[in-house]
Ligand binder design. Structure first.
Ligand SMILES: *Cc1c(COP(=O)(O)O)cnc(C)c1O
Length: 346
């Protein structure tokens, strides 16, 4: 069998969620499960989080929300960041979703299309991505509040940099827009939770930290990726490995070719910096990452390995992200469809 194995540790996921919940004890911790739960599998991740006590879920678009409702059944609240888009009314009603209304156009669409149906409000406190602008909110505020929104939220642009002045600026803007209203408020994702109590309000929206990524320092690894070795060979000094001849052996080298590549979401850019693990031995990637294959130096091992580990206790998504010049979020959401996936409850 030459299929790489992606094991997702649901116990670690839930432990990370509890860690984020306990970091903001005055707030209710929700859970962000957009993009198929950051690539790890909505159908398994969401029920595990519900079992751990999460009652408020957040997704990017209504279609994800409808899928999540199928998985969770009635009860948990499902909020949709993109709000109420044209054509979404049937999905929103059918799956009892809570669209986070982003502007006057969405507000009108919602009250006309689904009068009395729950909604929330998303405000722009400076990121200029989604949400009502302050002037728009000013104009709409009394009408919107009279309809009983479930939640008022905004999103921080720089929360992963605790010293960034943008954090306090957005906090002040959010307060100015919402102080005195009787509706639960939410400002913080993983990074914001770690900024401290001023940022917690009534509801938090952790995502990446639950999945084992920074900025949650000390998160347990959730994704474990092991890749089978297809073939090993001896390469002599002066010989090369892989496309473009980018790696040349200086000494006799034992090379293992493993069954994973960029088509599996193993970013091609990790090649020059990347390592895998055989037990406690670190093994360097040789040459370029191919679509389905990677060459690895296994000279340091006593025998030929059957499997090598790319993600696990030795290195997580943020290590791979550093090699590739990206962020753990992108490593997670790139994880491919070709893996044999299994879910661990330890
Ligand atoms: C993705 C997202 C989150 C979760 O962010 P993390 O950094 O992954 O914790 C929260 N809120 C909004 C609006 C988001 O888009």
């Amino acid at each position: 069998m030459a299929q790489a194995r992606l094991s997702i540790d649901l116990s670690a996921l839930c432990a990370n969620w509890r860690m984020l919940r306990d970091a903001a004890p005055s707030a209710e911790a929700g859970a962000v499960v957009k993009a198929n739960a950051y690539g790890l599998g909505l159908d398994r991740v969401a029920p595990a989080l519900a079992g751990a006590g999460a009652r408020k879920f957040f997704v990017a678009v209504a279609e994800e929300g409808a899928q999540l409702r199928e998985i969770l059944g009635p009860g948990p609240e499902i909020h949709v960041f993109s709000g109420h888009m044209a054509g979404d009314a049937a999905l929103i009603r059918g799956a009892t979703l809570i669209p986070m209304i982003n502007g006057i156009d969405q507000m009108l669409r919602h009250v006309e299309g689904l009068p009395g149906h729950p909604f929330g409000i998303q405000l722009d406190s400076g990121m200029n991505r989604l949400g009502m602008e302050p002037a728009e909110w000013q104009a709409l505020r009394d009408i919107a509040l009279a309809q009983g929104p479930r939640l008022v939220m905004s999103h921080l642009a720089c929360a992963d940099e605790p010293d960034h002045e943008m954090n306090a600026r957005q906090l002040n803007a959010f307060r100015a827009l919402t102080d005195g209203i009787e509706v639960p408020r939410s400002l913080s994702a993983t990074g914001g939770i770690l900024l401290g109590p001023d940022y917690h309000f009534e509801v938090t929206r952790p995502g990446v930290g639950m999945y084992g990524g920074l900025p949650l320092v000390g998160a347990q690894p959730v994704a474990h990726l092991s890749i089978p070795v297809i073939q090993t060979r001896e390469v002599l000094p002066g010989e090369t490995v892989g496309y473009g001849n980018t790696w040349t052996a200086q000494a006799p080298t034992r090379v293992a070719t493993i069954a994973g590549g960029y088509a599996d979401g193993i970013l091609r850019a990790i090649g020059p910096e990347g390592w895998l693990w055989a037990g406690e031995t670190r093994c360097k990637i040789l040459g370029r990452v191919s679509m389905d294959l990677i060459g690895v130096d296994v000279s340091a091992l006593d025998g030929d390995p059957e499997w090598l580990e790319l993600l696990g206790p030795h290195q997580g998504v943020d290590t791979l992200a550093d090699w590739a010049g990206t962020i753990g979020y992108e490593v997670l959401t790139s994880l491919g469809a070709r893996y044999a996936r299994d879910y661990i409850l330890s």
